[in-house]
Design a protein around this ligand. Structure first.
Ligand SMILES: [Zn+2]
Length: 365
């Protein structure tokens, strides 16, 4: 079959240690005299410090939770309107960037995110430019059009071009203080993005190259970043891995491990990265084929078995939950049903129905 694909990557990426200091310049380049910064409460003092140097920071919303709720979007839109800002900056992990994306997307039209979340209303054509500054190395949210939001217990991944950031400022120094466990969780999320983008049914050559390099960088640097958070070279390589991981799945989308992560997060409260890693080595074995063998050889591994073993070893090192008994009391039928029914499972190269998902989870005793 003749090769055919469409590649597009509209985010301007500014990568490098100290690049956070360019925020004022980036805001000016977007014509924004005032901006709202969305962050979590731990980052608030640092953002207040930034305000002295960057007076364009007109307002700060710092109540973003781990699984961000729509209420944070409503509050952010309130601040956008009150301070008449022209840009929104999300500084933090995926939760923060996703809240900032949603608020920037609807602020011109409404302060009620619910109809958009439910798909009852189209997103407005006019949106505020959004600047993404990740402080963890994993989600890749800085280069994707994805926003993961919750309304109470209902969690949704919304994929829409309105969420694409205008600029990503990736400063590895911002990740130096990330604790080891989060370093491991988010690093394995980056690995999952790369592998799933690579084996997704919609994979394509440009994304494939990003994926191969992201896998190599995670294999060579995650353990060092976990053991010594102050290792700037390892942090820099992990920030690059996360960015390339984001580019790997931005178009092809993720697959089986991310599909399984939803029930694992919602019902068993695993953080996103840990939830994706839970089945990642299983899917390496399930999806093993000539293409995946080729990736393994390109990153210096003997094959898919070694890749699965390396992922498992990283999980063990980080003390991540790996077996069903680690999850407490498990409703295996429900877990298999929810995983198989998730739309991302259709992206997995090997078909995984409920029985196949059940077999996979049952093997994780
Ligand atoms: Zn992810």
């Amino acid at each position: 079959m003749a090769l055919e694909f469409l590649y597009s990557q509209p985010v301007k990426i500014r990568f490098g240690c100290g690049s956070r200091h360019a925020l004022g310049e980036v805001l000016s380049s977007l014509g924004a005299q005032r901006c709202l910064v969305v962050c979590d409460r731990f980052l608030r003092p640092a953002v207040e410090q930034m305000q002295h140097k960057i007076p364009a920071i007109a307002a700060i919303f710092s109540d973003v939770e781990e699984n961000p709720q729509l209420i944070g979007v409503t509050a952010s839109v309130g601040l956008i309107r009150e301070h008449d800002v022209q840009a929104v900056v999300g500084i933090g992990g995926g939760s923060t960037m996703d809240t900032a994306k949603f608020a920037a997307a609807i602020a011109s039209e409404s302060d009620d995110p619910l109809p958009y979340f439910r798909g009852e209303r189209h997103f407005p054509a006019v949106r505020l430019p959004m600047i993404a500054m990740p402080t963890t190395a994993g989600t890749g949210s800085e280069v994707t059009q994805v926003s993961v939001m919750s309304n109470g217990k209902e969690k949704k991944t919304i994929n829409n071009p309105v969420f694409m950031p205008a600029v990503a400022i990736v400063d590895p120094e911002l990740t130096l203080t990330v604790p080891p466990r989060t370093t491991m969780n988010t690093g394995l999320d980056a690995m999952a993005h790369a592998l799933e983008g690579y084996w997704s049914r919609n994979h394509q050559p440009v994304s494939d190259l990003c994926a191969i390099e992201a896998v190599r960088l995670v294999l060579e640097n995650l353990e060092s970043a976990y053991r010594d958070g102050s290792n700037l070279a390892a942090r820099e390589n992990m920030s690059l891995a996360a960015l390339l991981g984001g580019l790997s799945f931005a178009l092809p989308k993720t697959a089986g491990s991310h599909a399984c992560s939803y029930p694992l997060s919602e019902d068993y409260h695993l953080p996103h990265g840990e939830a994706c890693a839970f089945t990642l080595d299983s899917f390496v074995r399930i999806n093993a084929d000539e293409r995946l063998e080729r990736l393994c050889r390109r990153v210096g591994l003997s094959g898919t078995e070694e890749l699965a073993a390396r992922i498992k070893a990283l999980k063990q090192l980080g003390g991540l939950r790996m077996t069903l008994s680690d999850l407490g009391e498990v409703d295996l039928d429900q877990l298999a049903r929810d995983a198989a029914a998730h739309p991302l499972m259709r992206n997995n190269p090997v078909e995984m129905d409920e029985a196949a998902c059940r077999r996979m989870f049952a093997a994780l005793q």
